[in-house]
Design a protein around this ligand. Sequence first.
Ligand SMILES: [Zn+2]
Length: 343
Amino acid sequence: MLALRLYGKEDLRLEDAPEPLLKDSNAILKVKATTICATDVKAYLTGSRTKIPITLGHEFAGDIVEAKGAIRDYVGKRVVVNPNIFDGKCEYCLSGEHVLCPNRYAIGIDVDGSFAEYVEIPAQAFYVGGVLEIPKGLSYEEASVIEPLAACLRGQLKLNIRPGDVVAIIGAGPIGLMHYMLAKTFGASKIILSEIDDRRIETAKSLGVEYVVNPLKEDIEKAILELTNGHGVDAVIVAVGSPHAQRDALRIIRKGGRINFFAGLPSSSEEVPINTNIIHYKQVTVLGTSMQTPIEFRKTLELVASGLVDVKPLITHRYSLRDGLEAFSKSLKAEGLKIVLAP
Ligand SMILES: [Zn+2]
């Protein structure tokens, strides 16, 4: 079968790979739609993966075509899969915080992923509620972006976004815009996006974003204080992996506000000098989130299926898997929002 495999730093190959084999401990999914994530791009740029070569791709939806034993009833079903596989029995899993599971591993990160015609789904994914049937009316490509959206949902639940909140989102890439859509659904009264790329600012405006600040052209603190009657914002979501953005978050947060360092930083710049007195005297809560638990994944699917969040505008490009390298180069240039590969 055709697969897009990473061999090392900037060495991605479209090749003929063996199809995954059916065992008692897995199911086989025929990929119908899979989207490229910044994590895939990061893997490409660094070449760092526990397994090399590896088929990338962890945002996907498709049909279960083969399964045995307890999960055989899934054959023929359209499903979306949480790529994170949890053991379901450690202290963290038992307390509902699966994302902290010490035995977690992920499809497309630790084992072969979805940039292929078929992908192996461990039976364990079914047992911990990570394989969900796609409701009627929802397309495979809409379902394939449930994974990143669910990570955003977790981020906002942990940040406790409430009706009436004034929220700033730093970074208007696909993740920043997903946060925008969710904050709107949660009832935020004002949502301000900070972005330095003119193309992304235009895209954000075309999606209905009213307030955009460009920190390259204006002082972000001054601009946000003006938009918030001098108070600062109730919550900040840092959706770009930049130390500068993390420092900006502390400048624009109001007293008693909440900040989520949602985006991870490149390993070369993870030590960030920040004024911790701001946290102390403004009495700010700073937290971080990543990934999503099975229940957050399910709730996100329901949000999209019910029409409360429309992810269609986020899908800007479509390629066949055969043109996967071209799609990837588009993603490297940060053109468009979500790019779908359909085998
Ligand atoms: Zn666990």
